[in-house]
Design a protein around this ligand. Structure first.
Ligand SMILES: [Zn+2]
Length: 143
């Protein structure tokens, strides 16, 4: 993947196909997350739904719970950083910009907003109007 890349679709039929494919993939991810979460709740909840403290779980239960937490985190990140949705705003129906340093996709609107915001902060910092240090690593990743 190139460092900076915008994937843009123009035709209404292609837009519809793209958006629907993204939705299908995100729904599949969400279904997987629900399965993982359900198994986690079976481990960390008693018969009436009250949560069981982690230190009261059997070692095998705790091991499985930690595996599920890891699976949940990986599955969530795969979807959140995929081209299916903007990493910043979560919209799934936009043209996307690949931000290589963050290994994530941002919609073009968020990319432009974040780029302008960073430029304004730097300009204010130079003029002494902004006392905090802008997040250079994040801001510069959009240029
Ligand atoms: Zn966005």
């Amino acid at each position: 993947m190139k460092d900076k890349r915008i994937i843009s679709v123009k035709g209404p039929k292609l837009l519809k196909v793209r958006n629907e494919l993204r939705e299908v993939l995100l729904q599949a991810r969400d279904a997987e997350l629900r399965k993982i979460r359900s198994e986690m709740e079976k481990i960390d909840s008693n018969e009436v739904g009250d949560s069981i403290p982690m230190d009261e779980l059997a070692p095998s239960q705790l091991k499985r719970f930690r595996e599920l937490q890891q699976m949940e985190s990986v599955n969530r990140e795969i979807g959140d950083k995929s081209i299916c949705m903007c990493f910043n705003c979560g919209r799934a129906d936009r043209d996307m910009y690949y931000n290589h340093p963050y290994r994530a996709w941002f919609c073009v609107e968020c990319m432009e907003f974040l780029r302008k915001g960073y430029s304004k902060m730097v300009a204010k910092k130079v003029r002494g109007e902004y006392m905090c240090d802008p997040d250079d690593e994040f801001g510069q990743s959009f240029f």
